[in-house]
Design a protein. Sequence first.
Length: 186
Amino acid sequence: MLIPETKKTGPLPVLFVFHGAGGTPSEYLQLWAGEAGKRKALVLAPHNPQGRSSEEIQVELFDRLLEGVARNYPIDSSRIFLAGTSAGTLSVKWLLLNRATKIRGAIFITSNAAMPLAKDLPPGGWRGPVLFVHGTEDPLYEFIQNETAALQARGVSAELMSIPGAGHEHRPEWNAAIFDWIEKRL
């Protein structure tokens, strides 16, 4: 968990970040640490224990983490954002489908694994905003432009941050633009 050093006494927004396959929470926090240290937000990187379905454990873990953080830190529960990279975007999708009323915005980085999101959202369900961050040269998943349009057609505020020449990755230098996007929605 990254906790900003701040004299701010008001409630802080929370960003849950979910790593991809083969990653660890500590590695993923390191990827976010530079930019997160400059921003006024709590950053949490949950780990998915083995032995239970990912959807079940992620929803349960999200609820427990959120309750624990709220007991110990001044958070703004109306400003909770989710971000996932690659396979971590599945956790973001599951939480949107199961805890939509608690989520302010979602970021899907280098993934088509959680799609189709637009088709899976219930009618009149969650409206966004959603940010897709995707490299134009991702060898694992095709470019995500169609899902952006499908969400927009359902009334969801969806945007695509296209990274020319990038592959299936998440680079720390992208985080400034991601945090700018989040802050515009606060």
